[in-house]
Structure formats: C-alpha cells, structure tokens
Design a protein around this ligand. Structure first.
Ligand SMILES: Cc1ncc(COP(=O)(O)O)c(C=O)c1O
Length: 481
C-alpha cells in the first residue's frame, strides 16, 4: 500500500510534495522505518518529473525527516518523531446521525480487570478447546478446500444442518436446515428480525428489567420500545400493550432476573400473539447450562401459528468473540431474513462456520458443554451458598431470585440496602458486580426493587468465597445498623 502524497495547496510541485511527506511524518501517518517509494515510481504516480520528487526527498533528508540507504531506498528517519494526530479539517456543522443514534448509550461498558470478577454475559475463555478449534479451522483452510467466493447468506449448509439437529435434540425445537439462518451472534438475529418485521413507530414489547442490547436493536430501527414487567412466572402477559407488533422474551432464563416463564404464561403469550397478530422472539441464550429442574418446553415447540422466531447463540457455550449465533425462522419469514443478512453484511465467515459444523458433528460441542457445566455448577453452588441463610455471608443483605439455568444469578436487595453505593465501593475494593437497576429502562432504572446480578462465568471457584466475603464487608460498611 502506498502513502497518499497530496499535491493540494500552494507553491511549486516540489514544495507540495515536500509538505505532504513532512506532514505525514509529523502527524504519525508515516512512521520511522517506513520505506518511501523510489523517486521514479512516485514521479509516475503523481505525473511529475523524477527530478521534482528527488528534490523534495533531498530537502526532507537534509532536514532529518528521511534517510537514504545506498542501494536500498529512502526511509523515514528513526529520529523523526510524530508530533500529533492528523489535522482534522472538518469543522462544526458536519454530519449528524439520525435521532435513534444521536445518544446511543454504551450498553456493555468495558471495564479494567478486577481481582474478583462476577461479571455477567461471558463464559470462561480459559475453558475453550483451543487446540481442537485450531485443528478444525486449519482443515478448512487447506488448499482445495479453502473458502472462496461468496456464499449463502443463510449460512454454511453443514452448519445449518448441524444447528437444526442440535436444537431438535437438545431443546426439542423441531427444525430443518432450511429453517435455520446463521447469524453474527444473537444480536444480529435480533437486528435481522427487526429489519424484516418492523416499521418506524411500531411498538415492541420487551421485558423490564431486560437485556439492553435487544432494546437497542429494536429502537435502532425506529421502534417504540415498551417495557413490560416480569414476575416470578415471567413476562406479565396482561400488561402487554395491545399494539405491540413484536414481543421479545427470554423464557428459559429471564435476563437478568433468572426466572423461567411458567408453562401457563408461555401458552398465554402464544395465544396473545395469535389474537394480536404479533411476532414473538424467543432468545434462548444460555439454557444449555441447566442446574436444576426439568427444562420447560420452548415457546417454539408450543407455537402452532408460526409466530415464534427462536434465537440461539454460541457466545455462552463457546466464546462471544466467535460471533456465531442463529435464528430458527418460520417459513413465512425465511426468504426475507436470509436476504436481510445479505443486505446487512453478505454472509458470515465461511471457514469458521464450517469448522463449527465439524465441531458439532463430531460431538465436541456436546462434550464441551458437559465439561464446562461441571465447572460452572461448582461456582454456582458456592455463589448460592453465600446468598443462602443463615450461614450465607450475603444473606443479611440480599435474597436470591430462584433460577435453574444460565451463567448468572440475580439477588434482590433487602429493605434499606443501597445497592448502587455497594456496586461502586465494591469496585474500589476489587470486586465487580452489576446493579439490577442498570437493566431497567423505564422510570430511569428506579421502577422496581434493586438488587445485584452476579455472574460466575469468569471467576474461579476458588475465588468465589473470598470475593463474596469482600463484598459482604462492603455491604456492612454502607448499610446502616
Ligand atoms: C439475553 C441475552 N441474549 C443474547 C446474548 C448473547 O448475545 P450474542 O450472541 O450477540 O453475543 C446475551 C449475552 O450476554 C444475553 O444476555
């Protein structure tokens, strides 16, 4: 790649070339050791005489910006230091995003590492089977088999078939490969569904508290997103706005409370969707990790009307960085969702999708889930022990919300406990936990009891008790009496 020499500005051609290169060195676009094109080549590119370029190079060399190495070309001098970022020429008044994007909050604020990390939303990257994965991806890149050209927007056929088998076997979601669209994580599935179903101003019902990135995906398409309360049985169907065109739910393990939607509510929701001609998006993001109770029937399996889009992800079972998820789409939406993926980004990475298909076909995903579930089960029971009374160190301050699955638990604050103060002080004490209020969008996050959301995907079992003790000390310090 060649450095772009601009002939803009005043002065003769030598001065313009000189200035363009000097500015490049000063603002760091050209770095010490970078090789400049031979004078003959640059002269041809700029359509100037070779002598003009040579004179500019000589001036820059004399001033210490460049060095010539005999027989080896001209380089940016090692002593030439950048003096700052490239000048930005655009001033006020430039482009502005449309309303939906003007003030987008960072929904997953990144944070510095902490000693005791109860962060939610991520599995333990140390448990990922790196060697196996490398072998599978390398096999896809072997000559003759390497992914070339454009592919099907709905995803690699082997992966679609593997996903259909997997959801049928593990979740009793009956689907064929044709019903599956591979996506860049669950998030892209939500985006694609929003593209094909929503018009600006449409009402979308989401759980409150709920998953902020889902809310953001629908709002970005101009939807009016309305939070609907969740109780111990899941989404309160009687509170759904009658005009909702789409209802987004996490019935297996409500995010973030953790409750499962009761069978009665599931049936009510489907009947409601039928009666109101609405779509239901079932985000089944972490139910592979189930530690108690019998799994409930997914909405998809109960849906006779073709209203449910079932969304899954490999972000919890494997790694979020893989960016692989999927949607099981009713036949009436199949073509539209597939074409929406083409419009959005063409399709996913072919070799990665093929490698995941092999990984699943060889039974390695099932084995990986079995192995990691044991690790998470231990961390989870240590965490729950800290919340359970009377011996639990956090029991005086928090009460766990019953849940059976996933990689986090939620605990509600007992009266008089200031959770927001705890979260901040805990951070200073090296413990990361999240306040439940940050997942409430209505009433400025104040619309219901507060509490903590504690993840056990990223923390070693050995660190759980010590982390909870440190957290309990923070509770003691900020709680009166
Ligand atoms: C409710 C919910 N849905 C989906 C996901 C996974 O998202 P993605 O597949 O886009 O990484 C998460 C991850 O935290 C989640 O909490």
């Amino acid at each position: 790649m060649e450095f772009h020499v601009s002939l803009d500005g005043r002065g003769d051609l030598v001065a313009r070339i000189y200035r363009s290169l000097r500015d490049g060195v000063r603002d760091g676009r050209l770095r010490p050791g970078d090789r400049l094109p031979p004078t003959r080549e640059l002269a041809r590119t700029l359509d100037v005489s070779r002598g003009t370029v040579a004179t500019a190079y000589e001036r820059l060399t004399a001033e210490g910006f460049l060095v010539g190495r005999v027989g080896a070309g001209t380089y940016v001098a090692s002593g030439a230091t950048a003096m700052g970022a490239p000048p930005v020429r655009v001033t006020a008044g430039g482009l502005r995003p449309r309303r939906e994007w003007a003030d987008v909050p960072a929904v997953w604020p990144a944070g510095a590492p902490v000693r005791y990390d109860f962060k939610i939303g991520t599995p333990d990257a140390r448990l990922f089977p790196y060697d196996t994965w490398r072998r599978l991806v390398a096999a896809e890149w072997r000559r003759g088999r390497e992914p070339s050209g454009y592919a099907d927007p709905a995803g690699h056929p082997d992966l679609r078939a593997a996903v259909a088998r997997y959801v049928g076997y593990a979740r009793s979601v009956l689907a064929g490969a044709d019903d599956v669209v591979v996506t860049g994580g669950a998030q892209q599935a939500l985006d694609l569904v929003a593209r094909v179903l929503l018009a600006p101003g449409d009402v979308v019902a989401v759980e409150e508290p709920g998953y902020p990135p889902a809310r953001a995906a629908f709002a970005a398409h101009g939807a009016r997103v309305v939070g609907v309360p969740v109780d111990g049985d899941g989404l309160v169907i009687s509170r759904l706005p009658a005009t909702a065109r789409l209802v987004y739910v996490t019935p297996s393990h409500q995010f973030p409370l953790g409750v499962a939607m009761s069978l009665r509510r599931r049936l009510e929701l489907l009947a409601w969707a039928d009666a109101h001609d609405a779509a239901v998006v079932e985000d089944d993001y972490d139910s592979e990790y189930r530690f108690a109770d019998r799994p409930l029937e997914p909405l998809h399996g109960l849906d006779a009307g073709g209203r449910v889009v079932y969304v899954g992800t490999f972000s919890k079972t494997l790694l979020p960085g893989l960016r692989l998820g999927f949607a099981v789409v009713p036949p009436s939406l199949r073509g539209a969702v597939r074409e929406a993926r083409r419009v959005a980004d063409g399709h996913g990475p072919v070799a990665t999708e093929a490698a995941l298909a092999r990984f699943m076909d060889e039974g390695l995903l099932a084995r990986h889930i079995r192995r990691t579930a044991k690790v998470y089960a231990q961390r989870r029971s240590l965490l729950l022990a800290g919340l359970a009374g009377p011996a639990g160190v956090l029991a005086p301050y928090l009460e766990a919300v019953p849940s059976a699955a996933g990689l986090h638990v939620c605990a509600l604050a007992r009266p008089g406990v200031d959770v927001v103060a705890v979260v901040e002080r805990a951070r200073a004490a090296g413990v990361r936990v999240a306040a439940l209020g940050q997942y409430r969008a209505e009433a400025g996050g104040q619309g219901g009891p507060d509490g903590l959301v504690l993840g056990y995907g990223a923390i070693d079992a050995a660190d759980v008790p010590a982390g909870l003790h440190r957290l309990a000390a923070v509770f003691r310090a900020v709680t009166p009496g």
